[in-house]
Design a protein around this ligand. Structure first.
Ligand code: PXG
Length: 299
């Protein structure tokens, strides 16, 4: 990228970053009333873009927010934002807010949702040394909202639940936090899903935990099964996590990230384990296959 400012998409127009602004009366700002997606492009191909757009519209439906564009128009807007910024490897943040209303919380006062697309250049988010070493984690005191509350199955702008857990991880000098579901089973990390490996099988929390249905996690399940591993969705306790052979996080940003310790208990060998490595390698291959996304520049 040159010194040129990034161009940000807001409601059909592009603005230089310094001029890209939304109203202080927007309910996304006032109440966290909106939905979002975090998406990545690898070498000119937006990874699983269709799946991310589907999830965005599912989140919007759950909060009764009518996105004022079709899914195809949304895909085109994402691609156009990447083209306008000349990006090939990028992190994309797609936000749909309830829009401008008054100071009351009634969404009927917000006639028009706003669509914002931010794309920034991204080469490598995590240093490979960090990945080899793995993450140190704590179990957060703050639990996931239950599935009959502001559930994280919906990717809403309400991330305070995760931010509180992240603050605890920061305070403890850990890299990340594990969040438990309301029944005390493992749910997910602040912005990543979790898998454990035990006796050659993979385990991950079920959808009833209220975790976000991760797009990376669904690819990982597919890859693991192709590699011959059984993938079992079940309630996982903290004690089971302590005694796992391996554990790792998955997410758009993290990709596949090993966990080396939890609350000072070493997990397995305390570094990337062989099953995690095998899955990580297949995942990186998968992200580089242009069939697994939508090309930015034709094709
Ligand atoms: N759980 C939660 C709560 C998330 O927010 C994931 C799991 C992983 O889902 P995907 O579909 O990405 O595999 C997420 C995703 C960030 C960031 O900037 C966060 C996410 C994605 C991208 C960037 O911290 N969260």
């Amino acid at each position: 990228m040159s010194e040129r400012e990034l161009l940000i998409y807001i409601d059909g127009k592009f603005y230089p970053e310094s001029e890209a602004k939304i109203s202080v009366f927007d309910h996304g700002f006032l109440y966290g009333d909106g939905v979002f997606e975090g998406i990545r492009s690898y070498n000119g191909v937006v990874f699983k873009l269709k799946e991310h757009i589907d999830r965005l519209y599912n989140s919007a439906k759950a909060i009764m927010l009518d996105i004022p564009m079709t899914k195809d128009e949304m895909i085109e807007a994402v691609l156009e934002t990447l083209r306008k910024n000349g990006l090939k490897d990028a992190y994309i943040r797609l936000v749909v807010t309830r829009g401008k209303g008054d100071l009351g919380l009634d969404p009927r006062k917000c006639p028009k949702p706003s669509v914002i697309i931010i794309a920034v250049p991204l080469l490598q988010l995590y240093d490979e040394k960090v990945r080899e070493r793995g993450m140190s984690m704590i179990v957060s005191w703050v639990r996931r909202d239950s599935v009959d509350a502001t559930t994280h199955e919906i990717k809403s702008l309400n991330y305070l639940n995760s931010i509180l857990a992240k603050i605890e991880a920061n305070n403890a000098g850990a890299d990340e936090a594990i969040i438990l579901d309301p029944n005390g089973f493992i749910c997910e990390a602040t912005g990543e899903n979790i898998f454990i490996v035990k006796d050659g099988k993979l385990f991950t929390p079920p959808s009833t935990s209220g975790a976000l249905p991760g797009i990376t996690a669904s690819v990982i399940k597919e890859i693991a099964q192709k590699l011959g591993y059984q993938v079992i969705e079940k309630g996982i306790t903290v004690a089971e996590l302590y005694n796992a052979d391996e554990a790792f996080l998955t997410g758009t940003a993290a990709e596949v990230m090993p966990i080396r310790e939890v609350n000072k208990r070493q997990i397995g060998e305390g570094k990337m384990g062989p099953v995690t490595r095998q899955i990580l390698e297949k995942f990186m291959e998968y992200t580089r296959d242009p069939n697994n996304g939508i090309p930015i520049y034709g094709g």
